[in-house]
Design a protein around this ligand. Structure first.
Ligand SMILES: [Zn+2]
Length: 83
């Protein structure tokens, strides 16, 4: 499953998660995410290799799970941990 990075289209209006950007792993056959799963504000997909801002936590895990997402935390060694 590919991992996509998203960030709020308008960081002024986003919640703390999408304002800084977050990663989501989604099946290929699912439509691209268009709104933040937490605050429902428009988000845009970041192109891989794009210079993304650094952040600590992608999303509140419980909230994201409620929204039906699989959340992966990026470890310092570059691997992902399924939460
Ligand atoms: Zn948001």
């Amino acid at each position: 499953m590919p991992t996509y990075s998203y960030i709020a289209e308008d960081p002024e209006k986003g919640c703390p998660s999408c304002r800084r950007g977050f990663d989501l792993r989604r099946p290929m056959d699912r439509a691209p995410l268009e709104v933040c799963p937490l605050c429902k504000k428009p988000v845009k997909k970041l192109v891989a290799g794009f210079n993304t801002p650094k952040y600590t936590k992608p999303l509140s895990v419980s909230d994201a799970k409620k929204a039906g997402f699989t959340i992966l935390e990026k470890r310092c060694d570059g691997s992902y941990e399924k939460l």
